[in-house]
Design a protein around this ligand. Structure first.
Ligand code: NAP
Length: 248
C-alpha cells in the first residue's frame, strides 16, 4: 500500500483530497494545525474501509513538520505522495496590509510547502519514486486585495518548477494545481469579509466562468488523484489551472 501526506486536510480541498487518495487505495496521513481538526476526515476514510492517521502539525514549523513526516513513515513504512495544500488568507488592500498578514501568508503557503517538501524528499529520493503536488491559485496572476496571497501562490509555481528540475533525476514528479473558485470554508470567509451573502458571491463568480458554475473540492481532488496516479507519470514541472474557465 502506498502512503500519502495531505496538509490542511481537516476540511475543504484537503479533506476531499485525503478521502480521494484513500479511495484510490493509499494510506493517508491527514495533517492539520490541530489534531482534533483531523478527526472527521480520518473517520470518513475509515468508514469507507480506508487507512488513515491524523497528525496535528503547523506546516510553518520545521520541528513539527519533521515529526509529522517521520510519524507517517513509521506508521506506513514509506512515503509516496505529498500534497502541500494547507493555506490561509489574510486579505487586505496593500495600504492596509500589516506585516503580520504578509508574513503569516508567506509562512503557511511558501515556508510550509518548502519545509514539507524538504522533509518528504529524503524518503522519496531513497525510494527513487514519489509525487509532490502543490496548491497554487488563479490568484497567482493577480487579485485585488490579495497582494500577499497572490505573491505566495505565484511563488508556489516557481517552487514547483524548481523542485521538478532537482528531483526529476530521482523519479519524483512535482506539479502544481491552480484552483479557481472552489466552495470551501475559505470562500465563506471571503464572502463574509466582503459583506456579501455566500449565495450572491457564488452566483457572481459562476457568471464569470465559461462553465457557469463554481468548483467543488472533489473537482480538485480528482486532479490530485491523476497527478499521483500512473497516467501522469511523464508529467512534471507543470501548473494545471482547474478553474472552470477563468475569463480574463
Ligand atoms: P480551507 O477550507 O481554509 O482549509 C485549509 C486548511 O488548512 C484548514 O483546515 C486550515 O486549518 C489548514 N491550515 C491553515 N494553516 C495551517 C498550518 N499552518 N498548518 C497546517 N494546516 C493549516 O481552504 P481550502 O479552500 O480548502 O484551500 C486549500 C488550498 O487550496 C489552499 O492552499 C488554498 O490557498 C488553495 N486554493 C483554494 C481556493 C478556493 O477557492 N477554495 C482557490 C485557489 C486555491 P484551520 O482550520 O485551523 O485554519
Amino acid at each position: 500500500m502506498r502512503a500519502a501526506i495531505v496538509t490542511g486536510a481537516g476540511r475543504g480541498i484537503g479533506a476531499a483530497t485525503a478521502k480521494r487518495l484513500a479511495d484510490d487505495g493509499n494510506a493517508v496521513a491527514v495533517v492539520d494545525l490541530r489534531v482534533e481538526d483531523t478527526t472527521e476526515t480520518v473517520a470518513a476514510i475509515e468508514e469507507r474501509g480506508g487507512k488513515a492517521i491524523g497528525i496535528g502539525c503547523d506546516v510553518s514549523k520545521a520541528d513539527q513538520v519533521e515529526a509529522a513526516v517521520e510519524r507517517t513513515v513509521q506508521e506506513f513504512g514509506r512515503l509516496d505522495f505529498l500534497v502541500n495544500n494547507a493555506g490561509i488568507i489574510r486579505d487586505n488592500m496593500l495600504f492596509k496590509m500589516s506585516e503580520d498578514d504578509w508574513d503569516l501568508v508567506m509562512a503557511v503557503h511558501l515556508r510550509g510547502a518548502f519545509l514539507c517538501s524538504r522533509a518528504a524528499q529524503k524518503h522519496m529520493v531513497g525510494q527513487k519514486s514519489g509525487r509532490i503536488v502543490n496548491l497554487s491559485s488563479t490568484s497567482a496572476v493577480g487579485n485585488r486585495g490579495q497582494a500577499n496571497y497572490a505573491a505566495a501562490k505565484a511563488g508556489i509555481q516557481g517552487f514547483t518548477k524548481t523542485l521538478a528540475i532537482e528531483l526529476g533525476p530521482y523519479g519524483i514528479n512535482v506539479n502544481s494545481i491552480a484552483p479557481g473558485f472552489i466552495m470551501t470554508p475559505m470562500i465563506e470567509q471571503t464572502a463574509e469579509r466582503m459583506g456579501v451573502s455566500l449565495e450572491d458571491f457564488k452566483a457572481g463568480a459562476a457568471q464569470g466562468l465559461h462553465l457557469r458554475r463554481t468548483g467543488t473540492p472533489e473537482d480538485i481532488a480528482g486532479v490530485v488523484s491523476f497527478l499521483c496516479g500512473p497516467d501522469s507519470s511523464f508529467i512534471t514541472g507543470q501548473n494545471i489551472y482547474v478553474d472552470g474557465g477563468y475569463r480574463l
